[in-house]
Design a protein around this ligand. Structure first.
Ligand code: 13P
Length: 248
């Protein structure tokens, strides 16, 4: 009942021309039974929304939680809504570590995104030291509890959570399939405490961290892993198509 999702996070990559070429490259190869998304830099979102094939959804990688005002360099939910994007990544570990994002700012952003009909892809995940000291569940529970505190969720299918262990991002050291399943299952249990079991059962939970065409199938075979949030391997047409077509 949860539609699988493959979401590319392009991070700070691609010019407008490169992005447009990507949409042309994937146009005829995307499956209908998997939700395919790319989350791109702000400046090319409008072009992507205009040119993306019907079954390629577009998302942003961040947003401010204020609606407008004196916040130099920031992008508001109103502006994102105006571009026509459907998704927005919130609380990526790179934003948390390089730009001081906290569970509290994640919470404000999630609320604002939903208010403006943007579907949040909320990232959680532990750093290596936390995993090695046995604190993974404690960290995930806190990120989920604070991140979703007071969030009103009418449409659980509009919320996506991404489990991205920080030690697996861009390192080639992907989590094992079992590790991803255990964490995603744990996160679903925490979501159930906040939203109730039936809503938690509708929320999609993605795994992210060194996902490639060679390992996507193992992750997708798990009960609680509903998709992947992919960095490096989402940048090339061929590998993005291979990821989205993991069923074939
Ligand atoms: P990689 O797939 O490059 O490890 O990046 C994962 C990620 O951060 C997706 O948001």
């Amino acid at each position: 009942m949860r539609k699988p999702m493959i979401a590319g996070n392009w991070k700070m990559n691609k010019t407008r021309d490169e992005a447009i070429n990507f949409t042309l490259g994937v146009a005829n190869g995307l499956p209908l039974n998997v939700e395919c998304v790319v989350c791109a830099p702000f400046i090319i979102l409008r072009d992507l929304v205009k040119r993306a094939p019907k079954n390629l959804k577009i998302g942003a990688q961040n947003m401010d939680y204020h609606e407008s005002g004196a916040f130099t360099g920031e992008i508001s939910p109103i502006m994102l809504q105006d571009t026509g994007v459907e998704y927005v990544i919130i609380g990526h570990s790179e934003r948390r570590s390089y730009y001081n994002e906290t569970d509290e700012s994640v919470n404000l952003k999630v609320k604002k995104a939903l208010e403006f009909n943007l579907k949040p892809i909320v990232c959680v995940g532990e750093v290596l030291e936390e995993r090695e000291s046995g604190k993974t569940e404690e960290v995930l529970a806190k990120q989920v509890r604070l991140g979703f505190e007071g969030v009103k969720l009418d449409e659980p299918a509009n919320l996506v959570v991404a489990y991205e262990p920080v030690w697996a991002i861009g390192t080639g050291k992907n989590a094992t399939s079992q590790t991803a399943q255990d964490a995603c299952k744990f996160i679903r249990g925490e979501l159930a405490k906040i939203f109730g079991q039936s809503k938690a059962d509708e929320i999609r939970i993605l795994y992210g961290g060194s996902v490639k065409p060679e390992n996507i199938k193992e992750y997708m075979a798990n009960e609680d892993v509903d998709g992947a949030l992919v960095g490096g391997a989402s940048l090339k047409v061929d590998s993005f198509l291979a990821l989205c077509n993991y069923k074939n």
